[in-house]
Structures are given as structure tokens and as C-alpha cells.
Design a protein around this ligand. Structure first.
Ligand SMILES: *[C@@H]1O[C@H](CO)[C@@H](O)[C@H](O)[C@H]1NC(C)=O
Ligand SMILES: *[C@@H]1O[C@H](CO)[C@@H](O)[C@H](O)[C@H]1NC(C)=O
Ligand SMILES: *[C@@H]1O[C@H](CO)[C@@H](O)[C@H](O)[C@H]1NC(C)=O
Ligand SMILES: *[C@@H]1O[C@H](CO)[C@@H](O)[C@H](O)[C@H]1NC(C)=O
Ligand SMILES: *[C@@H]1O[C@H](CO)[C@@H](O)[C@H](O)[C@H]1NC(C)=O
Ligand SMILES: *[C@@H]1O[C@H](CO)[C@@H](O)[C@H](O)[C@H]1NC(C)=O
Length: 340
């Protein structure tokens, strides 16, 4: 009862976690957002069990290692967490015990990070959103067998990578042949609504006729992006229409609209909406105005709006969004209560 009450109060104050690695990566220095600042985690007692929980929470698959001693570089500013102790089977980091405060007794030379196993990537395309499908099996990357891939699998991979909708599945090693192995025994059967490929059911039946020239390629729409923010999950909302990127007007824009954007980009939940060109004016056309999503749409394009290019707006009013990232929140008050 007490906890529920606190959760409710905490619905207002959100505390994101993020990995400061390369874009879309499942490895990097770990950071937590608290009291309006991103801060590091100190590596005292930072072990693989803790990394397992972080990787699970991030939807990043298996933990390969818990890296300490600023292995991914030293952060700046505050160090918020220390003495994280997980059993290893928790769903979220906040289910573990830890100390949350301004840890001035720890230095950034002790920043903690994790190496999780990304489970899927697109290789040798024009962007990270197109290319040959490669999946991780154990600790080795390999290619998928063409006959096993359909648009439902493709939809899941595009979503997992934050690349919008699936546009096409290409056979005949369109993006070249992988140098790694083919996984004839890793055959995914997605329904299409899963958030990650490893959540799809997979059949382990050995597929006999898998050759390198059947390496499957995938093209995702990548028709939505967040620009000029601190990461690909925050910034000015831009949509691609008729080959040109344009902005969206902030009229009537609310958290439900932001939620659709964040979900479509594989960026977790919506944290904030910022109007009045907070992330700067865009240079292209204003493509959307009076956007009114119900919140359940799978893509921004399916939301009600004034129509492509129809607006009474200017670039001083374009909208920006901050998403949580592939991450989850826990709230300040709750954890303070639980901790102390
Ligand atoms: C993280 O730790 C693993 C295992 O010790 C190591 O192989 C890897 O190189 C480390 N990553 C970095 C960036 O140092
Ligand atoms: C953390 O404590 C240090 C030393 O007291 C102080 O300079 C710093 O501003 C504090 N940082 C935050 C974010 O509270
Ligand atoms: C990349 O793709 C091109 C075709 O788009 C192909 O000719 C080339 O061999 C591929 N390279 C690799 C390393 O797969
Ligand atoms: C996917 O759709 C099926 C029914 O088609 C449903 O049972 C399942 O819960 C859905 N999964 C998700 C993650 O939405
Ligand atoms: C695919 O190519 C790799 C490297 O060129 C090779 O080692 C492997 O045997 C090939 N696999 C098949 C099934 O032809
Ligand atoms: C943009 O709109 C604002 C408010 O409607 C207005 O004050 C401003 O002059 C307009 N700027 C341009 C360049 O049209």
C-alpha cells in the first residue's frame, strides 16, 4: 500500500538509466539520471550478476562482462550510485540493493560499465537501418538463412534497432556475403509484435540448404528521427516524406504523441515534450501539424494530423521529444524510501 502510494507520487519524477556507448550499442559506461543530472555508477562490488540485470533491463540480451575502472572512459560530474548488489535474476536494477547519493568518496576512474550482447545488427548497408541481417549465437555473429525471413521477422528487427518500419526483405546476398557462419539452426518465427528478435519463438530444426548466397538483407524505413539532441533518442522530431526530412509543429502536441515517436524509434518511453524549437529550427519543410495520436499507433504516420505539408506554423514552433532511451525508469522518491 505504502509502495503503491509512493509509486503514484513518483509517477512525476522519473530517473532514467542509459549506456554511454556508441549509438544503438549494448555496451558502454552506465549512467543514471537523478536530481536533473546524469551521473556515473561506482564500480565497488560491480560484478557480472549486476551486469546481467542491467543487460536484461536494457533488452540487450546476455551480459558478457561487468566492466569497472572506467573501461569505457571516465564520466564527468556526479557519481550517483555505488555498492550495487544484485542476485542476478532481478528484472530491473532498482530491484537490487544499492546506495543512491552524491558519492564524493568515489572517483570517475572507478566508473562502471557493462558489455551486453547485442543480438542483431544490419551490416554493409547505407545506414545502420539497412543491411545484411546478422544475429548473435553464443558469442559469435552469423548470418540468417534467407528462406526463414519474412516481413514479420523484419518488423521486429527494425523495431529492435529503432529503425522504424520494415520496408523490404532482400535475398540473394544483396548486401554481400557474411564472412561468419550461417545459423541453420537459429530460425526465428516472429509474430511481428515482439520488441526484440530474441523474444520471438525460434525453431531449432536444422535447415539443410543454407548457403552464403542466401544471406538475407533487410531495409527498414528509418522515416522518423530525433535531431540535435544529446542522443538518437532525444531531439527535434523530423519525418521523411517524398525523400525530404521535415519538422513537426508543436500545436496540440502532447505526451501521447511523444509516446508513439519514442516507441517507433525503439527509444523506450516518452519523458518530455519540448516545443518552440527547443532543439533549434529545422531547415526543411514543416511536414506535420495538429498531430493527435491516440497513443496506440505503431508509427507517427498513422496518427491523425492536418495532412502532409498542411500547417499554419513556422520553424520557431517545431517540436522536440526526449525519450528514455532503450531504458527504464525508477523514481527518486521511491528508491530513496526503499534505500534509506
Ligand atoms: C570489458 O571486460 C571484458 C572482460 O574482462 C573485456 O574483454 C573487455 O575488453 C572490456 N571492455 C573494455 C571496453 O575494456
Ligand atoms: C556533489 O557534491 C560535491 C561536493 O560537495 C558538489 O560540489 C557537487 O555540486 C554535488 N553534485 C550534485 C549534483 O549534487
Ligand atoms: C557490401 O555490399 C555490396 C553490394 O551492395 C557488395 O558488393 C560487397 O561485397 C559487400 N561487402 C561486404 C564486406 O559484405
Ligand atoms: C502479440 O500478439 C499476440 C496475438 O496476436 C498476443 O497474444 C501477444 O500478447 C502480443 N505480444 C505483444 C508483446 O504485444
Ligand atoms: C560461407 O563463407 C565462409 C567464408 O567465406 C566459409 O568459411 C563458409 O564455409 C561458407 N559457408 C557455406 C555454407 O558455404
Ligand atoms: C513565427 O511565428 C511566430 C508566432 O506565431 C511569429 O511571432 C514569428 O514572427 C514567425 N516567424 C516567422 C519567420 O514567420
Amino acid at each position: 500500500m505504502y509502495f503503491l502510494l509512493m509509486s503514484y507520487v513518483c509517477g512525476i519524477v522519473l530517473l532514467p538509466l542509459r549506456l554511454s556507448g556508441p549509438e544503438g550499442s549494448c555496451s558502454g559506461r552506465l549512467e543514471v539520471y537523478h536530481n536533473a543530472a546524469w551521473g556515473s555508477i561506482c564500480d565497488d562490488q560491480w560484478v557480472i550478476r549486476d551486469a546481467e540485470v542491467v543487460c536484461r533491463q536494457l533488452g540487450c540480451g546476455k551480459a558478457l562482462s561487468a566492466n569497472g575502472s572506467a573501461a569505457f572512459g571516465a564520466g564527468e560530474g556526479v557519481i550517483w550510485l555505488n555498492r550495487v548488489e544484485c542476485r542476478g535474476d532481478e528484472i530491473h536494477l532498482w530491484d537490487c540493493s544499492y546506495s543512491l547519493k552524491n558519492h564524493t568518496d568515489c572517483s570517475h576512474k572507478e566508473d562502471a560499465g557493462v558489455t551486453c550482447a547485442d543480438t542483431v545488427r544490419l551490416v554493409n548497408g547505407s545506414s545502420r537501418c539497412a543491411g545484411r541481417v546478422e544475429t548473435l549465437y553464443g558469442e559469435e555473429w552469423g548470418t540468417a538463412c534467407e528462406d526463414d525471413w519474412d516481413m514479420k521477422n523484419a518488423a521486429v528487427v527494425c523495431r529492435e534497432l529503432g529503425c522504424g518500419e520494415a520496408v523490404d526483405v532482400l535475398g540473394n546476398a544483396h548486401f554481400g556475403q557474411g564472412s561468419g557462419r550461417i545459423w541453420p539452426h537459429q530460425r526465428f518465427r516472429c509474430r511481428g509484435n515482439e520488441s526484440q528478435i530474441h523474444l520471438c519463438s525460434s525453431s531449432s530444426t536444422l535447415k539443410q540448404n543454407c548457403f552464403n548466397d542466401s544471406d538475407v538483407g533487410l531495409v527498414c524505413a528509418d522515416s522518423l528521427r530525433l535531431v540535435d539532441g544529446s542522443s538518437r533518442c532525444a531531439g527535434r522530431v523530423e519525418v521523411l516524406h517524398r525523400g525530404q526530412w521535415g519538422t513537426v509543429c508543436d500545436d496540440d502536441w502532447d505526451m501521447r504523441d511523444a509516446a508513439v515517436v519514442c516507441r517507433e524509434l525503439g527509444c523506450g518511453e516518452a519523458v518530455d515534450v519540448l516545443g518552440d524549437a527547443h532543439f533549434g529550427p529545422g531547415s526543411g519543410p514543416i511536414w506535420m501539424d495538429d498531430v493527435d495520436c491516440s497513443g496506440s499507433e505503431s508509427t507517427l504516420k498513422n496518427c491523425a494530423s492536418a495532412g502532409w505539408g498542411k500547417h499554419n506554423c513556422n520553424q520557431t514552433k517545431n517540436v522536440g521529444v526526449i525519450c528514455s532511451g532503450k531504458l527504464y525508469y525508477f523514481c527518486n522518491e521511491c528508491n530513496s524510501q526503499l534505500l534509506y
